[in-house]
Every structure is written in structure tokens, then in C-alpha cells.
Design a protein around this ligand. Structure first.
Ligand code: CTP
Ligand code: CA
Length: 219
């Protein structure tokens, strides 16, 4: 009965989350994307809302339903995701960057579908770096509490720790990818200034609740 009167862990907090892949067009019918399903980011959005937060979810293309009570904004490209995040960042208490943002975009998009016919049997696309959304937010003078994600295919502990420091953020969540992309289960390792701790492998919804509790404890 007492629990019913207990304040929720993120009551009154505003949380902004990026999720899913981005899609970088090559021409009107093609693009560069990745295998992120968005499941982890959406699970975190749901858990944060459940914990009492006012949640905004800036999402790349996914096949997922919007979690109940979450304000979702759809974007395609990393640049759009960046601009949408920056325009909403001022009022936020927490920023959680879960999206698998494309590091590169096509430098010159073709207005028309690229045709196969021609003299060459090769096609070169020039790529240019996308803005780093998390780094942009972390560099703001009045930044919210910033949480990053990192999917690493190997050396998770070493890469996770150095990525947290390089990105200048208080909390980085590592997972072994890409095996977990699209799966319902995940295995997370939390890196903060006092070291790293592993959350037991579990369903993404359960892990999201654990992570939200860890964030609430730290802010
Ligand atoms: N991220 C971002 N904007 C980008 C690239 C990454 O906001 N343009 C965020 C991701 O959402 C994630 C974190 O940065 O929270 C780490 O992403 P990751 O791809 O692991 O790191 P990178 O710095 O891009 O390094 P690399 O891909 O070379 O390992
Ligand atoms: Ca990257």
C-alpha cells in the first residue's frame, strides 16, 4: 500500500531519447542504413514514461508502435535527427542517445534514380561525416544528464570506457553487437566514472527498467 504513495523515480523529469537507425539517401529510391530495430530505444522510452517522465522520442525509421504516452517525432537522416534533438534540448533533464546514427552521408544526393546504363561497371559514392548528435549535446553549456550507447563487436570493456571518456559523458551503456540487433534480449554493461558493472542478460524491456532506475539514481 505504501508503494502507491511513493514518488515515481523520474516524476517531473523530461527525457529526450533517440532511437532506431538513420537513413541516408543516395537517390530518390535508395539509401544507406543499418540493422538497428529501435527496440532498445523504444523500451527505454516506455520505461522512462512508466517511471513518471515526460518523454520525447526522436526516431529513425522503425516498424515499432509508439509507446503509450510518449511524444514521438519521426526523422530519416542523421542531420534531421540532430536538428530535432537540438531544437528540443533546452528543457530536458536527461538525454539518452540510443540511435544507431549513420556516421556518414552521401555527399551529393542524386535528384533522379541512378541508372545502370553507361560506360562504367563501377560507381563511386563520396561520403561525408554526419554531425555527432551526442557530442553536440554533451558540449552544450547547460547540458542535460547525457547517456550514450555503444555496440561493440569486441573488446567491449576497453572500448566502452574509452568511448565514455572521449564522448565526455557521465554514463555509457555498452552492448555486444551486432548479434543483439533486432533481438528481444540484450546484455548491457554500464560505464561511469567509478568503473563498469554488467546488468544480467535479460529481455530488453526488463533491461530498460533497470537502466532507467540506474539513471534516476544518478541524477
Ligand atoms: N551518436 C550520435 N551521433 C552520431 C554518432 C553516434 O549521437 N553521429 C551516438 C550514438 O547514439 C551512441 C554513441 O554516440 O549513443 C556512440 O555511438 P558509436 O557509433 O558507438 O560511436 P562513434 O563515436 O560513432 O564511434 P565508432 O562508430 O567509430 O565506434
Ligand atoms: Ca558510429
Amino acid at each position: 500500500v505504501m508503494a502507491a504513495f511513493q514518488a515515481k523515480a523520474l516524476a517531473g523529469k523530461r527525457v529526450l531519447i533517440t532511437a532506431g537507425p538513420t537513413f541516408e539517401p543516395i537517390d530518390p529510391v535508395r539509401g544507406i542504413t543499418n540493422l538497428s530495430s529501435g527496440k532498445m530505444g523504444y523500451a527505454i522510452a516506455r520505461a522512462a514514461r512508466h517511471a513518471g517522465a515526460q518523454v520525447t522520442l526522436v526516431s529513425g525509421p522503425t516498424a515499432l508502435d509508439t509507446p503509450y504516452g510518449v511524444h514521438r517525432i519521426n526523422v530519416q537522416t542523421a542531420q534531421q535527427m540532430h536538428d530535432m534533438v537540438i531544437s528540443h534540448i533546452a528543457e530536458q533533464d536527461v538525454f539518452i542517445a540510443v540511435a544507431a546514427v549513420a556516421d556518414w552521408k552521401v555527399r551529393k544526393q542524386n535528384d533522379q534514380k541512378i541508372k545502370k546504363q553507361g560506360t562504367e561497371d563501377r560507381l563511386s559514392l563520396e561520403l561525408e561525416q554526419n554531425p555527432d548528435i551526442l557530442a553536440s549535446v554533451a558540449a552544450l553549456p547547460n547540458r542535460p544528464y547525457c547517456v550514450g550507447f555503444a555496440a561493440e563487436s569486441e573488446n567491449l570493456v576497453a572500448y566502452g570506457e574509452s568511448k565514455r571518456i572521449k564522448k565526455n559523458i557521465p554514463l555509457l551503456v555498452g552492448n555486444i553487437g551486432p548479434q543483439t540487433f533486432g533481438q528481444d534480449h540484450n546484455e548491457l554493461v554500464l560505464f561511469d566514472e567509478s568503473g563498469h558493472t554488467q546488468l544480467p542478460a535479460a529481455d530488453k524491456h526488463y533491461l530498460a527498467q533497470q537502466l532507467v532506475a540506474e539513471i534516476a539514481r544518478r541524477i
